[in-house]
Design a protein around this ligand. Sequence first.
Ligand code: AMP
Length: 455
Amino acid sequence: MCGITGIFAPGHDAARLAFFGLYALQHRGQESAGIAVSDGGTIRSHREMGLLSAIFDEEILSGLSGHIATGHTRYSTSGSSVVVNAQPLLETTEIGDFAFAHNGNLTNTDELRDTLSPTTILQATSDSEVLAKLIVESDGPMMERIASIMNRARGAYSVVLCTRDQLFAFRDPWGVRPLCLGTYGEGGFVVASESCALATLGATYVRDIAPGEILQIDKHGLKSIVVPTDEATGLCMFEYIYFARPDSTLNGRAIYMARHEMGKELAKEYPVEADVVMAVPDSAIPGGLGYAQQSGLPFVEGLIKNRYIGRTFISPDPTMRARGVQLKFNPVVENLKDHRVVVVDDSIVRGTTTPRIVQLLRDAGAKEVHVRITSPPIKHPCFLGVDMATYDELIAANYTVDEIRQKIGADTLGYLSLDALIRATGRKREEMCLGCLTGAYPNVPAAHQSRELAV
Ligand code: AMP
């Protein structure tokens, strides 16, 4: 995961717009962030490890003057968590410099790396740099260079790229990671991973960028081409389940409504006699509300989240991740004591969070704890940009649902069915990447995928 944004806004301070755009996308990555800006002549950039608020201050933003920008907030899935891997990456070609921000994960990085010239020096360890270098080593104008890599790079890549006088945005032919387009003021455009960033900036959402589409934006306006492909699309289902912000819209469907519907479907599939419904904040709240509405049970806040502690999962260090769960939530005893509680969460991945949540609820006096998950069991890793753990770490790859119920200490456990999940998104099964749920990925080489499941 990562959050990316691109700004083309004549007469406006693009760095500041990129900064606020990234702020709205910070949930997509918290390890490092950066902004590169062009004033039409020179590209300047700043990138560092850490949260945006710690990286950028008035002085740094004022030094980044210009009307074209790309911004990136990173969550590492390929390459380690160090500053050389922070983006935007800056590259030089014979047609000029460019800054490059990538969200996703390539699945043929090694193969692509082997095609690079032996004199090319890679500074970072990420697949993003290989993608950027392919553009450097291609021929022709930028649009042609991008089109040429679209036919070679496999996996997930939503990218924004700025040159001295143009902004480009493109999405891999499968459309795995989201990317949308908005207009801004007079002749301005904003591109962002999620529509919530456009709303934050006061930009007007126009549409999602299509799979395989390349946009070129400059003083002459917007030009678009779609690279032809026979591949089926594969938008990541996990964006709907967990990753995207609920106030974003993906392919015309508000994420909030999709999650609310998932909760309603879950209540139909796994009803239970209980006193209250609660959700694990924040990501499961729409699902919890949907469950409550469908079941007719009251929705309560059973846990209060300390919002100043980041997403536990996003920290790549497992010890910090484990400790983070305890630091993050406090029970509201009055809503739980002597109650039969339905607790809705969006996913169980490694199985670190859920047992702790169940224990917290029991310690607060809950009489029964019924866990309801608004996704099917996650049985397979993600090769396309979500830090989803390995087969060995994934609890559902190694245990049956009843074994998981025992491990998490719940009275009952219900996972949403795949059919109901797909219905809730309003999309067709064949348009989605369901790799983490079914093991069938749209564009991952078979060698990556094979694994006999224990159950
Ligand atoms: P786990 O503790 O590994 O089972 O993770 C499940 C919890 O982490 C759930 O509460 C989810 O809301 C959240 N979660 C699931 N997937 C991710 C992810 N890729 N990044 C961050 N958080 C996640």
